[in-house]
Ligand binder design. Structure first.
Ligand SMILES: [Zn+2]
Length: 628
């Protein structure tokens, strides 16, 4: 034994380090043997389980506790990341890229115990929802869903169990394809003596890799095929080189050492029929005779084991995972969720935010109530309705004001009640930049709501909208920084004929929730002012007039330079004020406001020619503004 160690040292230049070495003895070793070995090579006894290159190795099977190292390494890594500084999207990315690559080398050589995989998954799960350690957490979307692709509505995080099987499949493929490395030779010599891999099985005491091979071999069996080169490497029985091969494993009269090459007569360039009929079922003989290609005489032509699902025939971990996880293209696709991730110019955290909306996974009071019954579902901001996602984003007073005053000028009360449908609507109707603006506004509304609920910050539609505009101005690039001044040059372009543009609109409903809103932009497209206020009015037209009144007040107060382009979507209002058609006003309740506006317009004569009608179908004002 000393001799072996010395030879190794002289040949490799490496010598053993007793302090870093441990030893296991086999059961049959007597205490004399043990003493003898230890006198030559004085090292310590190994514990039942130890680690080698980070993988736990064990003398007799594995327990969950043997993988505690792996778990601890992951937990340590997590502790190094400042959890609260990471967004949901950031955490998702970390799980995808870093965490999942950590147990790979262990996964490729054994099937980890289910308990270990579940424990690791639950660490990832907790981390994703913002918790580490033993803290309780609330997962708003099921892990199964999260582990599907973007197109299927998930987050493209991999399922560890499936991943583990794919990794072992890869190792098995390498083994079957004739890997020349030592481990493959050892496995072959130790376990395949006298029989092929497929007809064999594992036994107690076999290595974990070997057991894993046999546990997952059904996943890969049907997809393998030998392409015959010289035929010398393929055993005649028990290998997938013709369609019927599995049947013949059971029916072959005796084990044979013949290779495929031995069955071919190169002089006559045909199969040796006599041999074939001795070994194979008549159907198989027929199949073999029609095989193309036949073995080539040149011994250097290699036989290739092809994995059929991949184009080049080589095993692909990614494809294997997709097949096992049922993520091939035929799988039903969740189109909306898929589209979210493909929007450019949107920060990942906002994409993740939209994704949460599609899964009803924003923790509004109503959504929390569905999971935790003791929580009150009522909106903490207005206290008037249940705080559904729809209410929080679009209906609650401040949210409405923000949407209305934005360049999109959306009247949120007309949106569908299901936020999923709203997103579908947004995706189908909005232009690219409008869509990102829509998403940025939604995000800003949610942030402002949270600031109010958790930190009692007073909500202000102007700053909420300014935040959304700032996001819009930030190009999504890892190195970009928000610009100090918020410009919207790309969103709103106003002809230099006007010094400013003023959006105005009134909203009205039967429940007395009426209000007006005004937004003023300078001709560089910079937002100068946004305001909105409740207004006690009795009809839609009256609300529109009140809005104009409010706008006139604002431009006077702010001394906005003239000429100003006014934009309204109320045809009555524009016709009346531009053309003076008094009879158009059929609503007597509007008359007082009407008088005031007329008086104001007469004083500021220049104004009246600049009131522009925006057709109702262009609720979204941006393209209209671009035209002028
Ligand atoms: Zn509310």
């Amino acid at each position: 034994m000393r001799g072996i160690l010395d030879t190794f040292t002289s040949m490799s230049g490496l010598c053993e380090n007793p302090e870093k070495s441990v030893i296991w003895f086999s059961k049959r070793a007597t205490s004399r043997d043990k003493r003898g070995v230890l006198s030559i090579f004085p090292v310590e006894y190994a514990p039942r389980t130890t680690t080698y290159l980070g993988c736990p190795i064990s003398k007799a099977g594995y327990y969950t506790r043997d993988f505690i190292n792996l778990k601890e390494r992951i937990l340590n890594k997590l502790a190094g990341w400042k959890l609260h500084t990471l967004s949901f999207a950031g955490r998702t990315e970390l799980i995808r890229s870093v965490l999942q690559s950590m147990p790979m080398h262990v996964m490729a050589t054994q099937l980890l115990p289910k308990k270990v995989l579940n424990d690791l998954s639950s660490i990832f799960k907790k981390f994703l929802w913002g918790k580490v350690g033993h803290n309780r957490y609330l997962a708003l979307v099921g892990w199964e869903k999260i582990c599907t692709t973007f197109q299927q509505g998930g987050l493209n995080i991999r399922n560890l169990n499936t991943l583990n099987i794919s990794w072992v499949m890869k190792t098995l493929y390498n083994f079957l394809a004739g890997d020349k490395t030592t481990w493959a030779k050892v496995c072959g010599a130790k376990y395949c003596e006298g029989k092929g891999f497929w007809e064999g099985n594992y036994q107690r005491g076999n290595s974990d890799l070997w057991k894993a091979f046999h546990k997952i071999k059904h996943c890969i069996k049907a997809d393998l095929l030998w392409i015959i080169g010289s035929g010398s490497k393929i055993p005649a029985i028990g290998q997938p080189w013709y369609p019927n091969w599995e049947i013949d494993i059971q029916q072959a009269p005796q084990a044979t050492d013949l290779s495929v090459r031995d069955l071919f007569n190169f002089q006559l360039n045909q199969w040796r029929i006599q041999n074939l009929t001795q070994i194979f079922h008549p159907n198989s003989v027929h199949q073999i005779q029609s095989l193309k290609p036949t073995p080539t005489q040149d011994l250097t032509v290699p036989d290739r084991l092809v994995w059929k699902p991949s184009k080049n025939g080589l095993f692909s971990l990614k494809l294997a995972y997709q097949f096992l996880a049922n993520q091939s293209q035929e799988a039903p696709a969740d189109h909306l969720a898929g589209k979210i991730w493909s929007i450019n110019d949107l920060q990942p955290k906002i994409k993740a935010f939209l994704w949460k909306i599609t899964h009803h996974a924003l923790p509004t009071m109503y959504e929390l109530r569905r999971r935790i019954p003791r929580i009150s579902p009522v909106c903490p901001r207005c206290g008037m309705e249940n705080e559904t996602i729809h209410h929080m984003l679009f209906i609650c007073t401040v949210s409405r004001a923000v949407w209305f005053c934005s360049p999109l000028a959306i009247r949120t009360e007309e949106l569908p009640l299901d936020p999923m449908q709203t997103l579908q609507w947004a995706f189908s109707i909005l232009l690219k930049e409008q869509l990102t603006l829509f998403a940025n506004i939604a995000w800003a509304v949610w942030k402002s709501r949270n600031a109010y609920v958790f930190r009692a910050h007073k909500e202000n539609p102007t700053s909420t909208l300014a935040e959304a505009m700032a996001l819009q101005a930030v190009k999504v690039h890892p190195m970009s920084r928000p610009t100090e001044e918020v410009h919207m040059d790309e969103t709103v372009y106003i002809s230099s004929r006007y010094a400013a543009v003023c959006f105005l609109d009134g909203s009205w409903d039967n429940n007395g929730r009426s209000g007006v809103g005004v937004a003023v932009y300078c001709n560089k497209g910079r937002l100068q002012h946004i305001s909105c206020k409740p207004e006690n009015v009795g009809s839609p037209f009256q609300a529109e007039l009140a809005a104009l009144q409010h706008a006139l007040q604002v431009i006077t107060d702010l001394q906005v330079p003239k000429p100003i382009l006014f934009l309204s979507d109320c045809m009555n209002l524009t016709q009346y004020l531009n053309e003076g058609e008094e009879e158009l006003i059929q609503d007597w309740r509007a008359i007082p406001a009407n008088f005031q506006c007329r008086a104001f317009l007469q004083q500021n004569h220049a104004l009246r020619h600049f009131l522009l009608l925006v057709p109702v179908k262009y609720r979204l004002l941006v393209p209209v503004v671009k035209r002028y």
